[in-house]
Design a protein around this ligand. Sequence first.
Ligand code: ADP
Length: 338
Amino acid sequence: MKVFSLLGSRYFPEFSLIFILFEIMFYILTGFNRDFIIVSGVTFMLLSILLSILTERRERAVKKIKAVIKGINRNEFSSPEEIVLEGSLHDLELEIRKMYNKMRSDIEYLKKLEKIRTEFLANVSHELRTPIFTIQGYLETLLNGAMDDPSVNTMFLKKAIRHTGNLSNLLNDLIDISMIESGQMKMTFVHFKVDEFMQNIIKEFTPLAASKGLELRDNTIREGLQLYADKPKLKQVLGNLIQNAIKYTERGKIELIVEEEEKSAKIIVRDSGIGISTEDTQRIFERFYRVDKTRSREIGGTGLGLAIVKHIVEAHGSKIEVNSEINKGTEFSFRLRK
Ligand code: ADP
């Protein structure tokens, strides 16, 4: 049986050719000895059987490997343990299992990315639609006669203008997010004097805080203290945190604190505002997540500010943290290297 199956074997022609050449050579070398023909014939038979066994075993293994690969492509396995090859192929079995695990986690990751992308697109469309429809509504009302009504015309125009402001904030934040996430955000780190930098920030945002009757203050910072950061990006982070603090605080004060440590400094923005619940603090850094959607939109929020802050702080090798208590206040903090 084995001999016959050898006839179908892939190596039979090569094997026969080499054997016949040896046969002729030995026949000549043994002085045309007829017994040699018998011995060599039997040897040929035995070697054929051996070759046949080896070939069949190898082909069975290749067939099994092919079946496993096909099974992976057709998603027939639900766990790597279902991939089994015969004992001598144990190493290959381990490698295929590893490849299977990697493929599955890559696919999961791609699916997750696709879901995030779709959700992001849906959110962007929704966020863009809201101010555009509102502006359109005011303009149409004005055109349909309100333009000649002095009791509402200026108010409608002011509201329309306010929504163009929201639209522009949203577009700016979207540009920032896309620059950050496509890896195009260029960082330029320098050592800078912290006290001067913080005082300028306080000066810039004091009028906004004062417009709500809030006090904005910083702590005493050691004169020579220098930190290492990208200054414009750091200004964007602090600006965002301070603006949020002002937005979500009705009375009290907002503090910008620098606590010097051995090799770094902790930067804290603390307010005495409405606070954030524990569940919400887990989600506020997600894109478009707002605790109170209507209120955030009303006061010109985009829901992207903290997502941008988180990215920038992480690009400084740090981590943004939040501590908050409802109706007591909120504290955002991160560290910068000296
Ligand atoms: P928004 O543009 O809506 O302010 P952010 O990403 O900056 O978006 O903030 C996300 C949400 O986190 C806000 O909608 C708000 O609910 C909450 N939040 C942020 N900062 C504060 C704060 N200092 N006090 C209370 N809530 C805050």
